[in-house]
Design a binder for this molecule. Structure first.
Ligand SMILES: Cc1cc2nc3c(=O)[nH]c(=O)nc-3n(C[C@H](O)[C@H](O)[C@H](O)COP(=O)(O)O)c2cc1C
Length: 203
């Protein structure tokens, strides 16, 4: 793996104080930082200031960039900022729980803000092409009872699809599944996955 220098950390759990996915994300990030001490890190809690798209946003997004008035530019301001963060990063660490078999609404709101034709993907005669190539992502997922890869998992495949759609297809998923059954074992398994990816340096 090439050394990441710009890491974007995104967290989606609505339960920050007790979040298992965030704690695992902390461990993963600590390992990354230890391996690549020169890395710069930016963080975003997706529960803060999540914005949903609406008619004004869609209309502004469909208009030509050089024809947007001030109101249209402002309407896309949050989206522009989120996309700029993604463009800046060469490594994304996303932590998320499964909510109702899929992503938390705040993560979906972020996805709607960052998938923009002409900026993060473009249409071609062969179908859409992602424009954020050359980046990689680690996604930490926690679930209460649903195993990833099971028919009720509409989360992990969806996130792979979204990241590939915008050009990020080097994606690793670290999972603490079925936390409501035996959280200690689930966390231990996830920590082993993190360890395999980013081995702790020998003392
Ligand atoms: C609103 C809500 C919906 C949930 N839906 C699911 C679900 O569909 N399937 C599942 O396995 N767990 C579900 N869970 C359980 C969480 O995925 C699980 O507790 C996870 O470990 C929480 O991660 P966190 O500690 O990082 O917030 C849900 C939890 C909440 C709060």
């Amino acid at each position: 793996m090439s050394s990441p220098t710009r890491i974007l950390r995104l967290d989606a759990s609505a339960n920050p104080g007790l979040s298992g996915s965030r704690r695992l994300g902390d461990e993963l990030l600590a390992r990354l930082q230890r391996q690549y001490p020169a890395s710069e890190i930016r963080r975003r809690d997706l529960n803060q200031q999540a914005q949903f798209i609406d008619a004004g946003w869609i209309s502004a997004n469909l208009s030509a960039a050089d024809e947007r008035d001030e109101a249209a530019r402002q309407r896309l301001g949050a989206s522009d900022e989120l996309i700029a963060e993604l463009q800046w990063a060469d490594h994304i660490v996303l932590t998320t729980p499964m909510y109702n078999f899929s992503v938390p609404a705040t993560l979906k709101a972020w996805i709607d803000q960052v998938c923009r034709a002409g900026i993060t993907f473009r249409y071609t005669s062969d179908g859409p092409v992602g424009l954020l190539a050359g980046k990689r992502a680690d996604i930490v997922i926690t679930t209460g009872g649903v195993p990833l890869g099971s028919p009720a998992d509409f989360l992990s495949g969806y996130l792979r699809q979204i990241f590939a759609f915008i050009g990020i297809d080097e994606v690793d998923i670290i999972a603490a599944e079925r936390m409501n059954l035996d959280s200690a074992t689930s966390v231990e398994r996830a920590l082993r996955q993190i360890d395999a990816r980013y081995p702790a340096k020998a003392a």
